[in-house]
Every structure is written in structure tokens, then in C-alpha cells.
Write a protein that binds this ligand. Structure first.
Ligand code: NAG
Ligand code: NAG
Ligand code: NAG
Ligand code: NAG
Ligand code: NAG
Length: 635
């Protein structure tokens, strides 16, 4: 990663002169937006009030970091109708992202909008714009989505001059004529389907799949049927596979190939290691069970010291055996004896010890955590348990049900979550078709954020979670996220994961080893990046982890707001780009290097809720396509 940052830095310097000179200011941006709002009727009310801050309160508006310019407008599905007059949005000369998709806008697209020099992403799909595409387009465009409109005329050759373009969606319009030879090195997604195009497909675009061109009856040549007399060369069909390592899709782009390859090597290397350890582990387990008794039972009868560390009952003293302390309101009815007799299965080794799943009888299953290296006395332990019990009363926190303390053994009992953890769902075996769609990811992130915010607000400034990671986010049946394993750092001698990679740890924690609310926010930011990219910040057991997720994402994003950072699996869902970009912005704010720059956890909850609100009344088309796609989940 270190070596790779060099070209990124050089790139930024090369790009600096292209960036728009700062000529406008926030006042002119505000005026342009007000002009737009007054000229374009809208069904849903916009709270664009000149009394309040444009950057912080106006719906759908985002500013640059220092709040001096408007850089993004997201107004999908707010019921805008009629034409957009020139000299409104076109005057926002620092704008990078414009999304007005899924409205009822019509008429010609004013030429001053797509030519805003800073513009990088333009989402106008699902409107009824007509006329031709303006010929002057921003050279910084990397996403152009004009699909599902009534555009006519030729596909402008101006598109040839967009070296940074990665996605071009023009399907369902009335474009005619032949397709210009768009030799765009970065183009990854192309959709020209359902237009009135004719002639042959230029060779530079023949690598795209058939579905990029269908619905144009007069179009011919590979990958479609051959034009009557042309040479029968085999059509190179491009098959994007969901399991492709991101780097592979970017052949020809040295920088990203490098990052991708490193990630791939890291994944490959650590999974071999993991399999090896797994194999050894199962061998041991088998040996242990071969005497026919359950692991725990054998130990409890023994009643003695821990010769076999795999057993959570080994340190329990005979005399102390009924001192399992239940929390108030806990519905469980068993005692330590039952627990020790239960058959147990190792769930995993966490930072604070080993977790077991104990089956008490057919209907009762609990998780028992055996803490290691508890560094406090009984009294302090009990005090902390009381705090944890109180904080656990929140729908997004895994509640503790009981605990046990003796000199040699410290146990925690909590509910079993059969849906497993976020980590398992994101990185587990995807082959089974068990995938995590965007809505679920947002829901889990929001739930988790609420849980952490609750811990921060109820626990006080000194109380932190201290160990936020995807394997500690457990999922309810409704796929809501619940946070577990909190508040244990203070009572154990745990000094952070021993891997050298940064993983979820904030830079200051790597040095001081002290977690704070702001370092929890950092860890949560890494979690969001993990959810967005589908990449794990910690490889299962590797001690030479090289994945610094925030750094990798920043290096890609700094170059351009690009779709390439996102989990390839998410590309299957329509109309979620801006939500993903907004979530990415939240994540990047959380992983700011300086703790003071990070938002508080309650701010994060609010920001994610805003994305959710957008989602409730937008994405009209996603509903149609969803019911088509996910017939699996329809009730
Ligand atoms: C701005 O605030 C003042 C009082 O604070 C209020 O009277 C006025 O109506 C507000 N303007 C708008 C456009 O809401
Ligand atoms: C879209 O605009 C065209 C004219 O440009 C009009 O004929 C058509 O009826 C409009 N479609 C809708 C759905 O409003
Ligand atoms: C479309 O392009 C063709 C050449 O490819 C040109 O002859 C024609 O005039 C263009 N039509 C329009 C409407 O721009
Ligand atoms: C394609 O259609 C245009 C009109 O839209 C026509 O002028 C042109 O001759 C057609 N080209 C071919 C190759 O059919
Ligand atoms: C192009 O758009 C059509 C219609 O929305 C869709 O069926 C097709 O899968 C898309 N093709 C690609 C390559 O995205």
C-alpha cells in the first residue's frame, strides 16, 4: 500500500489545474438553487429556506468540507415537473454530483448543466427529457445516466471526449443513427438498449454484452448477429462474474490492478492459513468428543482445574456451583449445573475469550462466553456487569442474561442469534445464494449505529465499546443489527488484536491503546466501508494483514467519485448509487484521521436516517425490478 500511494499523489497534482477555479461562492450557489426551486414546480415541499444553512439544513444538498460551495444535489423522486430553465442549476459551478432521477422533468436539458466543468456524475434517468444531448459536456464526467427519457438525435460524438467516463446508460430513449466509435479506456458499463440505433457496433464496444445493445432492431455486428456480409469473427463475450476480484476487471489500469492483486493475495494467503487452522481445530475437537460424553460434562464431573482449555466449565469450583447470576427479567430457567451439562460447540475465539453455543434442551440455546485474562476482582467485575446489564436494554444491543464469577472462571451468558454475524453474511460462503442486499445493509448499519450511540449516551464519556467489528454485529430474524461484546476492555487485560494491520483501530488507538467515543466512531466507519466494499478489514487469522480499508477507499475515491469501490454484488440493485455515495461520505467522515473531525455517533445515526428517508419516497423503479429479481424473498 505504501508504494501505491505515490502514483495517487502524483495524479492529484496532475489533476489540480483541471479543477475549477473558485469563482463562485456559497451565496451565488444559494441563489441559483432558490431560482431553480421557484422555477420548477415540485410536489414534495423542499425546506430550502434562506434563513437556514444551505450546507447543513437544505434537503438534498451537500457542500464541500469547508462549507464554501455546493458540490452535490440529490433530489430523486421529489415530484419535480416541467422543464429546467437555463441559468439555474447550470450556475452552480462547483457541482460534482447532480441527481434528479425519477421525477417528471421534461423539455430539453439546458446545455449549461452537463457542461459544468466540475461535474462528475449526472443522474437524470426516469424523467421525460427530450431533444438532443447538449454537445458540450464536462470532461470530468464519469457517470452519465440519461436512461428512460425521450432523448432523440444521434448519440453525440461529444461523448468521445470524456476520458474519465466509466458508466454510460442511455437505454430506453429514442436515439437514432449509428453508434460513434467511443474509444473510452475507462468505460466499464454501457447500456444503449431500446433505442432506434442502426448500423454496426464499433469494434471498441464489441466487448460489451448483448444486453448492452438489445432492442435496437437495426443494429448488427458482434456481439449481436453479424451484419449481412461481414466477417464471421467470433464475438468476444464479456462475462462479469460476481466473484471476480475487483483488480481483475481493471486490467490495463496499473494502479488499481496493483491494489486488487494485493487484496487478492492477502485473501488467498490468509484463507489457506485459516483452512489449515480450521483443520487442526476440528481434529482436536473430534478427539475430545470421542469418549462419548459432551465436552462440558466431562469437565464438570472433574470439577477441577483447566487441563483442557476448550471447556468453559473447567474452572468452576464445586462449592460455587449455583452462583450463576441472572439479570432481572431474564426468562431463562436453568442453573450452572444445567449449563455445564449442556452440549457445547465452539462458536469462535474472540478478543476476550472463547464463545460457545450451549444447547440446554431442544428449545433453549444460549451463548456462553468464557473470558480470559480478567484483570479485576469480583466486586469490580460485578459492578461492570451491572452497568452492562443496564446498557443492554436497547433493541440494537445484545443483552447479557447471566454471568458467573469465580477465581478461575468468568462466564457471560447471552442469547443465541441463529442468523449469525454481519461478518459471516458479508464474507461467508456466497455460493449458497445467501447475499445481502442494499436495504438490509443500510438497515443493519443503522441499527448498529443506534446501538453504539446508546452505549455512548447512557454509559457516559468514559464508557466505550472498544471492539467494534463486523463479527460483533449479530443479526436478528428481521435482519436488524445488534452490537455485542462491549464494555469488556476495562475488565480484561486485553490489549487489542495482535495483528499488525490497522483493521478497525483508529490511528490514535494503535499508539495509545485507549479507546474513546471517537475511536468507536472510527471503527464504525471502517465497518461501513466494509459493508460498502464487501472487503474485510481483518483477514481471519493473518498476522501480516495489509488491508487498510480507509486508505484504500480514499485512494480510489480521491481520484474520482467512482463506482469501483463498491461491492460488485451491489451493482445488481438499481438506483442506489447516490445512497451508496452518501453512505460512503458518512463512512469517510467517520474515519477522519483527526478524532475531532469525526462526527459523534448520534450525528451518524441522524445522517444514516436521512438516507433512509430519501429511500422511502424514491426509487420508484426499484420496486418493480425488485419484485422481478428477488422472487426468492416474496412472502
Ligand atoms: C426567516 O426567519 C424570520 C424570523 O426568524 C421569519 O419571520 C421569516 O418568515 C423567515 N423566512 C422564511 C422565508 O421562512
Ligand atoms: C414525454 O414527452 C413527449 C414530448 O416530448 C410527449 O409526447 C410524451 O407524452 C411525454 N411522455 C410522458 C409520459 O409524459
Ligand atoms: C447524425 O449523424 C450523421 C452522421 O453519422 C449525420 O449525417 C446526421 O446529420 C446526424 N444527425 C443529426 C440529427 O445530428
Ligand atoms: C441509420 O438511420 C439514419 C436515420 O436515422 C439514416 O439516415 C441512416 O442512413 C441509417 N444508416 C444505416 C446504416 O442504416
Ligand atoms: C440495459 O438495460 C436493459 C433495460 O433496463 C436491461 O434489461 C439490461 O440488462 C441492461 N444491460 C446492461 C448490460 O446493463
Amino acid at each position: 500500500m505504501k508504494l501505491l500511494s505515490f502514483p495517487v499523489v502524483t495524479l492529484i497534482f496532475l489533476l489540480l489545474p483541471i479543477l475549477p477555479s473558485i469563482i463562485g461562492d456559497l451565496n451565488s450557489d444559494r441563489q441559483a438553487l432558490l431560482d431553480f426551486a421557484s422555477a420548477v414546480p415540485h410536489i414534495r415541499k423542499l425546506n430550502w429556506n434562506s434563513n437556514v444553512s444551505v450546507c447543513h439544513s437544505w434537503v438534498g444538498i451537500a457542500c464541500n468540507d469547508d462549507g464554501t460551495r455546493v458540490i452535490a444535489i440529490h433530489l430523486p423522486g421529489v415530484g419535480l415537473f416541467g422543464p429546467i430553465p437555463a441559468n439555474t442549476i447550470g450556475k452552480l459551478d462547483a457541482l460534482r454530483v447532480l441527481s434528479l432521477r425519477s421525477n417528471f422533468l421534461d423539455g430539453r436539458l439546458p446545455s449549461d448543466i452537463p457542461s459544468i466543468p466540475s461535474l462528475q456524475s449526472l443522474y437524470l434517468q426516469h424523467n421525460n427529457f427530450s431533444g438532443e444531448i447538449p454537445t458540450s459536456l464536462s470532461a470530468n464526467l464519469n457517470m452519465l445516466d440519461l436512461s428512460f427519457n425521450s432523448f432523440t438525435g444521434n448519440i453525440s460524438t461529444a461523448i468521445k471526449n470524456l476520458p474519465r467516463l466509466t458508466a454510460l446508460s442511455l437505454q430506453f430513449n429514442s436515439f437514432s443513427g449509428s453508434i460513434p466509435d467511443l474509444n473510452l479506456p475507462r468505460l466499464k458499463q454501457l447500456n444503449l438498449s431500446y433505442n432506434m440505433l442502426n448500423g454496426s457496433i464499433p469494434s471498441s464496444l464489441q466487448k460489451f454484452p448483448i444486453s448492452s445493445f438489445t432492442g435496437n432492431s437495426l443494429l448488427c455486428g458482434p456481439p449481436l448477429t453479424d451484419c449481412s456480409m461481414s466477417s464471421p469473427s467470433p464475438s468476444p463475450i464479456y462475462l462479469p462474474s460476481p466473484t471476480t476480484v475487483p483488480g481483475k476487471q481493471n486490467a490495463g489500469d496499473n494502479k488499481k490492478l496493483g491494489v486488487g492483486a494485493i487484496v487478492a493475495i492477502a485473501i488467498g494467503g490468509s484463507s489457506i492459513l485459516f483452512l489449515l487452522v480450521l483443520a487442526i481445530f476440528f481434529c482436536c475437537l473430534k478427539k475430545k468428543n470421542s469418549d462419548g460424553t459432551s465436552v462440558l460434562k466431562g469437565k464438570a464431573a472433574n470439577g477441577g482445574r483447566s487441563e483442557k482449555p476448550e471447556d468453559f466449565g473447567s474452572g468452576v469450583q464445586e462449592a460455587e456451583k449455583n452462583k450463576l447470576v441472572f439479570y432481572e427479567g431474564c426468562a431463562y430457567n436453568f442453573d450452572l449445573e444445567d449449563l455445564l451439562r449442556a452440549s457445547a460447540e465452539v462458536l469462535g475465539k474472540g478478543s476476550y475469550g472463547t464463545a460457545y453455543k450451549a444447547v440446554l434442551d431442544e428449545s433453549v440455546m444460549v451463548v456462553v462466553k468464557r473470558l480470559r485474562e480478567v484483570g479485576v476482582g469480583k466486586r469490580e467485575f460485578e459492578q461492570q456487569m451491572e452497568v452492562l446489564g443496564r446498557l443492554g436494554q436497547h433493541p440494537n444491543i445484545v443483552p447479557l442474561r447471566a454471568y458467573y464469577y469465580s477465581k478461575d472462571e468468568k462466564l457471560l451468558v447471552c442469547d443465541n442469534y441463529p442468523m449469525g454475524s454481519l461478518s459471516a453474511l458479508l464474507h461467508g460462503n456466497r455460493g449458497t445464494g445467501r447475499t445481502l442486499d442494499w436495504d438490509s445493509r443500510v438497515k443493519i448499519s443503522l441499527g448498529t449505529a443506534k446501538g453504539i450511540a446508546h452505549i455512548h449516551s447512557e454509559g457516559g464519556v468514559k464508557f466505550t465499546h472498544g471492539n467494534i467489528k463486523s463479527s460483533n454485529i449479530l443479526l436478528t430474524q428481521e435482519l436488524d443489527g445488534c452490537i455485542s461484546d462491549f464494555g469488556l476492555a476495562t475488565i480484561t487485560n486485553f490489549s487489542g488484536p495482535n495483528s499488525r494491520g490497522p483493521g478497525y483501530r483508529a490511528p490514535e488507538v494503535i499508539e495509545t491503546r485507549k479507546s474513546t467515543h471517537k475511536s468507536d466512531v472510527y471503527s464504525f466507519g471502517v465497518l461501513l466501508l466494509e459493508m460498502l466494499t464487501g472487503k474485510a478489514p481483518i483477514k481471519s487469522l493473518g498476522h501480516d494483514d495489509v488491508v487498510d480499508l480507509p486508505r484504500w477507499v480514499r485512494s480510489v475515491v480521491r481520484e474520482e467519485w467512482t463506482a469501483e469501490v463498491f461491492d460488485p454484488e451491489l451493482t445488481r440493485y438499481p438506483n442506489i448509487e447516490e445512497e451508496m455515495v452518501q453512505m460512503l461520505q458518512i463512512a469517510l467522515a467517520c474515519v477522519s484521521k483527526a478524532p475531532d473531525m469525526r462526527p459523534s455517533m448520534s450525528d451518524v445515526v441522524r445522517m444514516i436516517e436521512e438516507i433512509r428517508q430519501l429511500e422511502v419516497y424514491t426509487r420508484p423503479s426499484s420496486e418493480d425490478s425488485k419484485s422481478k429479481d428477488s422472487n426468492v424473498q416474496t412472502p
